[in-house]
Design a protein around this ligand. Structure first.
Ligand code: UD1
Ligand code: CA
Length: 486
C-alpha cells in the first residue's frame, strides 16, 4: 500500500536523565549505531512522505546524525512532554493524514512491525493504534487498559497505576499510529496533571477513547522489539539483542561463528560463505569479508575490505585496510590505515604497517615496521626491518621493487628506492637508493681476533685470585665460632 499520506515523527528531544550522562539519550549507541539512527532507519522502508525528528537536548548533534538520512528536524524547547513534542511537529507534517509516532529510545523495532501497525490502523479505520507488548516485567512502562478484546480505553503511566492496573502486563511501546485530524483536538484537551507538569501523549488515548473513537492496540510479535533504553542496563540489553540478531543474520548467510555470544559485529559488516569467525573477534564499521576466510580469536577488523581465503591469525588488528585473496596476517599484527596487501601476500607476527602496499606474494613475516612504503611482488622483508619514514618534520616514502631480499635488522631511511631483485645485507642502515640487481651493504666490517676470548678469561681469573683466598679465611673463622657455640 502507498504511504503518501503518512508521516513519521520521532520524539528525540529528551535528555535521558536516568542515563546520568552528558550525552543526550538518543545519541547513545547500541548495536553499532546511535539510538536515533536505528529508529529513523527502521522507518525508511515505509516510504513515508516525510520523517520529522523532534530535537531538543543537543539538537545540533542529533540533527547531524539524522540529516544524512534525509529526515527533517523541528526544535522542541523547552521539553514539555511527549504530547507537546508531537504538537511541535504539527507544522512540519504538511499534508500527511496519518502519522507514525516513534520514541527515539526504542531502537529495536523492525520495519515489518511498523508496516503491520500502519496496516492495522488503516484496516480498522482507527483514530489511534498502539503497538503494545506483553512482558514479564512491565515496571516503568505505561500499561494498556482495554475496554474490550479489541479496543483500548487508556494508557496509564506507572506513577498513576491503581493496584489492580499494576497487574497488567501489556505495556505501551510508545509507538503509535494516529489519524492526525483526531489527534490534534484530543491533544488540546490533555492536561499536564503529573508531577513533571508535562503533556503526556499517552493521555490523548483516553480522550479519544472517551469520545467513542476507535483506539486499537496491536501486540508486537517479538516483545523485545519494544524495549526502551532508559538506563545503562537497558542500553546493554538492547546492544546484546542487536548483536545477537546480526550474528544470526551472518550465520544464515553461511558464516560459522564460534562461541557467538563472545563475538561483536557491527550492522554493516558482511561475510561470505564458509568464513569462520572465532571466539572473541570484533568485526566493526564497514568491514566486508569474502568467502572461506578465517578470523582467529582476539582479532579486530575495522572498516576493511577482505577478499576470499584470507587468514587473520589470532590477536591481530586490521583497520581501514584492504586484504586481497589468499592473504595471511598475524598473529599479533597491527595493520593501520591505508595498508593494502595484494593477493597471496603475508604479514607475520609483531609487524606494524601503515599506508603500505605489499605486492603479490610478498612477505613481511616478523617484527617489522612498514610505513609510507610500497613493496613489490615476491619481495621478502627480513625480521626486524624498519622503514624510517619520519624525520621529525615530514613523512617520506620508501619504494622497494619486486623480488627484493631485505636482510634482517635493516634500517631503511626514507626517502628511498630499492630496485628490483636487489639484496640488502642484514643489519644495514640504508640511506641511499640501491639500483636493481645490486647488493646494498652499510654496516661495520667484521674483524675476528683469534685467541682474544681465551686470553681475556685468563686475565679475569687471575685478577680474582687474592679476593678468593680472603673469603676462604673468613669462612674458617666463622666455622670456628660455630664450633664454640656447640
Ligand atoms: C514513554 C511512555 C510510556 C511507554 C514508554 C515506552 C509517555 C508519557 N510515556 O515513557 O507509556 O511505556 O515510553 O518506552 O509518553 N521526548 C521528547 N520530548 C519531551 C519528552 C520526551 O522528545 O518533552 C522523547 C524522549 O527523548 C524519548 C521519548 O520521547 O525519546 C520517550 O520519552 P521518555 O521520557 O523516555 O518516556 P518514558 O518515560 O520511557
Ligand atoms: Ca523511554
Amino acid at each position: 500500500m502507498s504511504n503518501n499520506d503518512l508521516a513519521i515523527v520521532v520524539l528525540a528531544a529528551g535528555k535521558g536523565t536516568r542515563l546520568k550522562s552528558s550525552l543526550a539519550k538518543v545519541l547513545h549507541r547500541a548495536g553499532g549505531r546511535t539510538l536515533v539512527e536505528h529508529i529513523v532507519r527502521a522507518g525508511e522502508p515505509l516510504k513515508a512522505r516525510e520523517t520529522v525528528v523532534v530535537v531538543g537536548h543537543q539538537a545540533e548533534q542529533v540533527a547531524a546524525v539524522i540529516e544524512p538520512l534525509g529526515a527533517a528536524t523541528v526544535l522542541q524547547h523547552p521539553q514539555n512532554g511527549t504530547g507537546h513534542a508531537v504538537q511541535v511537529a504539527k507544522r512540519a507534517l504538511g499534508r500527511a493524514r496519518i502519522a507514525l509516532v516513534l520514541p527515539g529510545d526504542a531502537p529495536l523495532v523492525r520495519a515489518e512491525t511498523l508496516k503491520a501497525l500502519v496496516a492495522t490502523h488503516r484496516n480498522g479505520n482507527a483514530s489511534a493504534t498502539i503497538l503494545s507488548a506483553v512482558v514479564a516485567d512491565p515496571s516503568g512502562y505505561g500499561r494498556i487498559v482495554r475496554k474490550s478484546e479489541t479496543a483500548v480505553s487508556a494508557i496509564v503511566e506507572e506513577s498513576r497505576l491503581t493496584d489492580e492496573q499494576r497487574e497488567i502486563n501489556e505495556i505501551n511501546s510508545a509507538i503509535y499510529c494516529f489519524t492526525l485530524e483526531k489527534l490534534w483536538p484530543a491533544l488540546t484537551q490533555v492536561k499536564p496533571n503529573n508531577k513533571h507538569r508535562e503533556l503526556y501523549l499517552t493521555d490523548a488515548i483516553a480522550v479519544m477513547s472517551g469520545k467513542g473513537e476507535t483506539v486499537l492496540a496491536q501486540l508486537a510479535g517479538d516483545s523485545r522489539e519494544v524495549l526502551g533504553c532508559n538506563t545503562r542496563a537497558d542500553l546493554a540489553e538492547v546492544d546484546r539483542i542487536f548483536r545477537e540478531w546480526k550474528r544470526s543474520a551472518l550465520m544464515d548467510a553461511g558464516a560459522t561463528i564460534q562461541l557467538p555470544e563472545t563475538v561483536l559485529i557491527d550492522p554493516d559488516v558482511t561475510a561470505g560463505e564458509d568464513t569462520v569467525i572465532e571466539a572473541g573477534v570484533q568485526l566493526l564499521g564497514k568491514t566486508k569479508l569474502g568467502a572461506r576466510c578465517t578470523v582467529k580469536t582476539g582479532s579486530v577488523v575495522m572498516d576493511s575490505v577482505v577478499g576470499d581465503d584470507v587468514k587473520v591469525e589470532a590477536h591481530s588488528l586490521v583497520v581501514e585496510s584492504r586484504l586481497e585473496d589468499g592473504v595471511t596476517v598475524g598473529p599479533f599484527a597491527r595493520l593501520r590505515t591505508g595498508t593494502h596487501v595484494k593477493s597471496g601476500g603475508r604479514i607475520g607476527n609483531f609487524v606494524e604497517t601503515k599506508k603500505a602496499i605489499i605486492g603479490e606474494g610478498a612477505k613481511v613475516p616478523h617484527l617489522t615496521y612498514v610505513g609510507d612504503a610500497k613493496i613489490g611482488a615476491k619481495t621478502n622483508i627480513g625480521a626486524g626491518t624498519i622503514t624510517c619514514n619520519y624525520d621529525g618534520f615530514q613523512k617520506h616514502p620508501t619504494t622497494i621493487g619486486k623480488g627484493v631480499f631485505i636482510g634482517s635488522d635493516s634500517v631503511l631511511v626514507a626517502p628511498l628506492r630499492i630496485g628490483d631483485h636487489a639484496y640488502i645485507a642484514a643489519g644495514s642502515t640504508i640511506t641511499q637508493n640501491v639500483p636493481a640487481d645490486s647488493l646494498g651493504i652499510a654496516r661495520g666490517r667484521q674483524v675476528n681476533k683469534p685467541g682474544w676470548a681465551a686470553k681475556k678469561r685468563r686475565e679475569l681469573a687471575a685478577a680474582q685470585q687474592p679476593k678468593k683466598s680472603a673469603r676462604r679465611g673468613n669462612r674458617k673463622k666463622s666455622n670456628r665460632k660455630s664450633k664454640k657455640r656447640r
